[in-house]
Write a protein that binds this ligand. Structure first.
Ligand code: HEM
Length: 417
């Protein structure tokens, strides 16, 4: 479908999962940026909300946490689902001053010392995951590789004891990557139950992990309620796994579709990898949208948004805005500058940014070291979600690189930079 066939009646397709599974939302987003950059959706399955598709207005909203509140939810939910259970309780769904307290605790934990420790663990996890994928030869890159590394890393920073990890990995895989809606929700309840138990154990005997930090955090003179800590742990698990998995697998597909870009990365990994990672984040924009609620009447792109109204920032669209990106629809591993909004902006900017980048780097590095030839081995399948955007399945055939694919640890550590 070409751009000129769109009308304002088509904007409803943005909240239809089928648009993301079978279709291509980018032409519609382009039309909206050019014709209706700030547009109101009437209530239906979802409450009424405004759609923002340009980089300028999206950035304006994300940076101004006083005018645009996160506390009632940051994702569009069907009206029938009611209020988000994390409202006013999790880091992402809090406003100041609660947000600062939770943010200080989480961001403090992701300080360089802990990141370095995680980095060593990550190198081994990436090495092993790529190694077993290469041995298998034919793999689903999403499930067999891109899902594995982030969940190992999350288990590590949440301090999940070794003996519990297989269960947590299994529930997470079921909750986020596979199964029917019912199986997914049962697995998710198992995770919440598990965290309830773990938080109590950490309150009794804190360790040096992030669960212990949250379990012992006091806010306004009291420990956080157990349920609040559990919801925060759950958010870290989801945030730390889903987006990284989608960025890695979408990045892999982008590189396969542009062999010249893959060759650039292979030829000069250390020079190109940083810009390549940001381009993968921009290109995949796995967090499709982020929502806010206006706390006062405010003007956005020439339209009047009233206090209490919802505004939805389509990050994937903002990241293809030609006003901010030259050749925005071209995947360019050397793109610079690259002021994408894939990780948000302002006070809620992704707290896992450095970790996410380290993970993508480690997996790319291992792939290029251990795999000689990477080919598509079937049609990629896409998710049908309006929340996270990307691949459900990416069948690949991997041919090992010459040699045994192993390198000294010092090389791996130096490469992290
Ligand atoms: C490619 C990977 C990732 C992407 C695309 C991504 C995306 C985002 C975005 C767009 C936000 C902003 C939300 C908002 O403004 O309301 C955010 C916040 C957040 N992310 Fe990530 N994320 C990624 C990786 C991670 C990882 C690895 C972790 C785990 C440590 C994580 C944990 C969080 C948390 C806890 C927040 C809330 C921060 C706050 O509200 O202050 N994310 N992320």
């Amino acid at each position: 479908m070409t751009d000129h066939t769109y009308t304002v009646d088509d904007i409803g397709r943005l909240v239809d999962g089928e648009t993301y599974r079978h279709g291509n939302p980018f032409p519609l987003w382009r039309w909206m940026r050019e014709n209706e950059p700030v547009v109101r959706h009437e209530p239906g399955v979802f409450p009424a909300f405004w759609s923002l598709t340009r980089h300028d207005e999206v950035k304006q909203v994300l940076r101004d946490a006083e005018t645009f509140s996160s506390s009632s939810g940051i994702l569009l939910r069907p009206l029938a689902h009611g209020e988000d259970p994390g409202s006013d309780r999790t880091l992402a769904l809090s406003d100041a001053p609660r947000h600062q307290a939770l943010r200080g605790a989480a961001a403090g934990w992701f300080a360089p010392r802990n990141l370095r420790r995680l980095g060593d663990f990550l190198d081994s996890a990436a090495y092993a995951a790529v190694r077993s994928a290469v041995e298998a030869t034919r793999v689903d890159f999403v499930g067999d590789l891109a899902a594995k590394v982030p969940i190992e890393v999350v288990c590590s920073f949440l301090g999940i004891p070794d003996e519990d990890r297989p269960s947590v990995v299994e529930w997470s895989t079921e909750a986020f990557c596979a199964g029917t809606a019912e199986e997914r929700s049962i697995a998710h309840l198992e995770i919440l139950d598990y965290f309830g138990d773990l938080v109590e154990r950490r309150r009794a005997a804190p360790g040096d992990d992030l669960v212990s930090v949250l379990a012992t955090l006091t806010y306004q003179g009291a420990l956080l309620p157990l349920d609040d800590v559990v919801l925060n742990c759950d958010n870290l698990l989801v945030g730390g796994t889903e987006n990284v998995r989608l960025a890695m697998s979408g990045g892999m597909l982008a590189l396969l579709r542009r062999p010249d870009q893959l060759a650039l990365l292979r030829a000069d990994f250390d020079q190109v990898v940083n810009t390549a990672i940001d381009e993968i984040l921009r290109w995949t924009s796995s967090a499709t949208h982020i929502m806010r609620r206006a706390t006062r009447d405010v003007e956005l792109g020439g339209r009047r948004v009233r206090r209490g109204e919802l505004v939805v920032c389509w990050l994937s669209s903002a990241n293809r805005d030609p006003a901010h990106f030259t050749d925005a629809d071209v995947f360019d591993v050397r793109r610079s500058p690259n002021r994408h909004l894939a990780l948000g902006a302002g006070p809620h900017y992704c707290v896992g940014t450095q970790l996410a980048k380290l993970e993508i780097r480690a997996v790319l590095r291992e792939l290029l070291a251990q795999v000689g030839d990477i080919r598509l081995d079937g049609e990629p399948e896409y998710l049908d979600s309006i929340v996270v955007n990307g691949l459900r399945r990416l069948p690949l055939r991997l041919t090992p690189a010459g040699g045994d694919g192993s390198r000294p640890r010092s090389d791996l550590t130096a490469a992290r930079g």
